[in-house]
Design a protein around this ligand. Structure first.
Ligand code: AGP
Length: 609
């Protein structure tokens, strides 16, 4: 939530263009208002307003601000509606201290009250502005000679909540001050230029050399140096070189990132399945050693977790396996102990709800395995074993390729568990593994090719509807949930998913003529019952859309059909069946005139509770 970028350089270029471009790459984190501040010849310049980056840039020419140091922010509103006043950067009363912030300062009201009593004037309703005034106040204290960094630390000690903070001061015209607690910040390193941002794609065009700032760390950046400390001790982290390319964070001819990312699935899954065997073995033995397993995630990652949950239950039989929406972890925290394994899944690796659950779990001795897409992010760092999807950066707010990559990693792990628990012999395991690795990329490509045009056509039919149901049974329920989430989050059609058998216990009441009902119907043990559920819906006038295989009888009872190939491994189904639904959501959003990459009210990485 909210995107931050800061740059300081000794090369004689104005950083405002790089900051504006970087903000565009971070727009998925929030896009209701935007702003930039630079220092030029000791003077602060700020431009900001409500609106998307392109709109505000066209109006104010953000990218023409002069100066070789600057900070920028794209906002997802928490405190105060989107407006010029509430847009970041914020400044103190003197206008010399400039701050951008991502997170929530929970005690801001109390801090603000004190500052108001001391005569400070506030220009916004945000929690973030207090930081600039607190700095001003600290620096005013003449009785102790405070260096700027010490004042910064004293302010950090006063605030409660979560933050990624970036600050500049007109009297320190080369230095950027940074601090993080629970909200992400990464540093990019080039010889003459240093970057800080909420996410790597913001500066990927200029450098792949990265340091991920950890919780509690404070940093200062000058064009030549990076200085990091924690609790008063200097830290010397080893920068990592990321494998993502600058092109991977660009649309490359596609109208939207989401469509590009849907098309990138074959390659994302192929790369993900190249996982090191040692890591898989380690994860498998951790799972087998545990007394119980708790899958923990949010949103789309939770739907991947549900696929894992079904597979683990099937394989581990009597071992208890739970599925928990991370923000609801407290109802399960009595299970957190040395015997418990938490399996956390998160694309960003920074989702606060997941982190809030992992911290107590770790303290109570639970083991943690995670799947994340962003290397070295917070959730992998809280984990004992980190598995990574190799999907490349995902910019569209709606997760697509990272979801199917998560599911493919869980499928790989399920195969390992089948073998390690003695459910299958070595030969069968080898065959299954070979077919999974060769089948997934090829079959995902053919599902995309065969269904994209159909998805586009169907979108023109259902884009006039206000509601849709997604029905499934058994292991296909996560697909239905994910299909419904995709459709509602980007096209704003109200969509709900139910176990198909449950639909007659209430949801069917609102079904009427042309009501879209999407049936996820593999030709498996659920086939006959799904057919009956389709009939029940049809009898009420529903418009039946099925995602199925070519020999399923449901085709005759459907108004519209997506055909997916029958795969050798049933583990591949949650991938093949979800792809037509991703495309349907995408084309429905476009058809309804919405930008699928930037759905309203949403941010890609949710770093507030
Ligand atoms: C995905 O389409 C959603 N925008 C959202 O539900 C997302 O999956 C959720 O916020 C979890 O994010 P994470 O995977 O980064 O933890």
């Amino acid at each position: 939530m909210c995107g931050i970028i800061a740059i300081t350089t000794s090369s004689k270029v104005n950083v405002s263009k790089m900051i504006t471009d970087g903000l565009k790459k971070l727009e998925y984190r929030g896009y209701d208002s935007v702003g930039i501040a630079t220092i030029n010849n000791g003077k602060i310049n700020i431009l900001k307003d409500a609106g998307t980056i392109d709109k505000v840039n066209n109006r104010l020419s953000l990218e023409n601000l002069q100066g070789t140091i600057g900070i920028g922010h794209t906002r997802w509103a928490t405190h105060g509606p989107p407006s010029r006043e509430n847009a970041h950067p914020h400044s103190d009363c003197t206008g010399n201290i400039i701050v951008v912030h991502n997170g929530i300062i929970e005690n801001y009201l109390e801090l603000k009250e004190n500052l108001l009593k001391k005569g400070h004037n506030f220009s916004s309703e945000t929690d973030s502005e207090v930081f600039a005034h607190l700095m001003e106040e600290e620096l005013k204290q003449k009785n102790h000679e405070l260096s700027f960094i010490n004042a910064f630390k004293r302010v950090l000690a006063k605030i409660e909540g979560t933050y990624a903070i970036t600050l500049i001061h007109s009297e320190e015209p080369e230095t950027i001050f940074l601090a993080r607690k629970d909200s992400p910040l990464v540093i990019g390193i080039r010889e003459d230029t240093k970057f800080a941002a909420s996410d790597i794609p913001a500066f990927l065009e200029y450098t792949k050399k990265v340091i991920v700032l950890k919780n509690g760390e404070i940093a200062t950046l000058t064009p030549q140096a990076v200085y990091i400390e924690k609790n008063g001790f200097r830290i010397q982290p080893k920068p990592v070189i990321v494998s993502w390319t600058a092109a991977s964070a660009q649309k490359s001819g596609y109208p939207h990132f989401m469509l590009k990312e849907i098309h990138e699935q074959p390659i994302a899954l192929r790369n993900t399945l190249k996982i090191d065997l040692n890591v898989i073995n380690k994860a498998s033995s951790k799972i087998l050693d545990a007394e119980r397993i708790i899958f923990l995630a949010c949103g789309t990652s939770y739907h991947a977790a549900l696929s894992g949950y079904h597979q683990f239950q099937r394989i581990l039989k009597k071992k208890p396996v739970y599925k928990v929406i991370a923000s609801e972890f407290e109802s399960y925290s009595h299970l957190f102990d040395e015997e418990t394994l938490i399996f956390a899944i998160s694309q960003s690796g920074e989702t606060l709800d997941v982190m809030k659950a992992l911290s107590p779990a770790r303290k109570l001795g639970a083991s943690i395995i995670s799947i994340a897409n962003v290397v070295d992010s917070s959730i992998p760092r809280l984990s004992h074993i980190s598995l990574y999807t190799k999907a490349g950066p995902e910019i569209g707010v709606a997760a697509t390729k990272t979801h199917t990559a998560q599911v493919s990693l869980l499928a790989r792990l399920a195969l390992q568990l089948e073998y390690d628990t003695g459910l299958v012999e070595k030969n069968e395991f080898n065959q299954n593994l070979e077919s999974l690795i060769s089948e997934i990329p090829q079959v995902t490509r053919s599902v995309i090719n065969q269904n994209e045009f159909k998805a586009k056509s169907l979108a023109s039919i259902i884009s006039n509807q206000n509601h849709a149901y997604f029905l499934a049974r058994g292991m296909s329920i996560p697909v239905a949930l994910e299909g419904a989430l995709k459709l509602k989050e980007i096209s704003y059609i109200h969509a709900e998913a139910f176990p198909a058998g449950e639909s007659k216990h209430g949801p069917i009441a609102i079904v009427e003529s042309m009501f879209p009902v999407i049936m996820i119907a593999p030709n498996d043990r659920t086939a006959k019952k799904m057919l009956s559920n389709a009939e029940e819906m049809r009898a009420r006038g529903a418009y039946i859309i099925s995602v199925t295989e070519k020999d399923h009888n449901i085709i005759e009872r459907s108004d519209y059909t997506f055909i997916v190939p029958k795969t050798m491994s049933p583990l591949v189904r949650p991938i093949t069946y979800v792809i037509p639904l991703q495309m349907l959501a995408y084309y429905a959003a476009v058809r309804r005139g919405f930008d699928p990459d930037k759905p309203k009210n949403l941010a890609k990485t949710v770093t507030v509770e």
